[in-house]
Design a protein around this ligand. Structure first.
Ligand code: DQA
Length: 163
């Protein structure tokens, strides 16, 4: 069978890595008026269900440490095909995370529960936006699921799926 055909017949589901940054392990009790009452575990469960419907696999991780996030992004090529990233406060400061995203070149959607543009002035600058294909913000925990849907439907459409 010609090589190209074998590739097209591949049954490997696209693999998505979802990374959440500092303080997001506190969701549920952290400023519920801003971030809602849903825990990160509940958001991850919903994402897994949505991923199954979309025909992709998803792995979800959280860290309070910038270096861990940089490591996970750097290790992603070959293991994952796309990224969802909520870097928390590192959104506004981390050139290291921006550099990691540029280095690996995987499609990445920036995710936020709140709408940083509608909050304090220091949240209006995203250091990582220029390394991301899109941003979903302001929908609470649903931002993650919407970001997954946008990433998969545009970058990994199923054969016959309309855009
Ligand atoms: C956040 C917004 C950031 O400004 C903040 O530092 C966070 C959470 C969000 O998901 O709304 O920690 O990324």
């Amino acid at each position: 069978m010609p090589e190209g055909l074998v590739k097209n017949l591949s049954t490997t589901a696209p693999r998505i890595l979802c990374i959440s940054g500092p303080n997001l392990q506190l969701l549920g009790t952290r400023e519920p008026n801003v971030y809602g009452k849903e825990t990160l575990a509940a958001i991850h469960q919903r994402l897994a269900a949505r991923a199954a419907e979309l025909g992709v696999t998803i792995e979800c991780k959280q860290s309070n440490h910038e270096g861990a996030i940089v490591d996970w992004i750097g290790e992603a090529p070959g293991r994952f095909d796309g990224l969802l990233l909520n870097p928390g406060a590192y959104t506004h400061t981390s050139i290291a995370i921006y550099d990691a995203l540029k280095a690996v070149g995987l499609p990445c959607v920036e995710v936020h529960l709140s709408n940083p543009d509608a909050r304090e002035a220091f949240r209006r600058r995203s250091r990582i936006a220029a390394a991301c294909m899109a941003r979903v913000a302001g929908f609470g925990g649903e931002s993650y699921a919407l970001a997954l849907e946008g990433l998969v439907r545009t970058r990994f459409p199923r054969p016959g799926q309309k855009g």
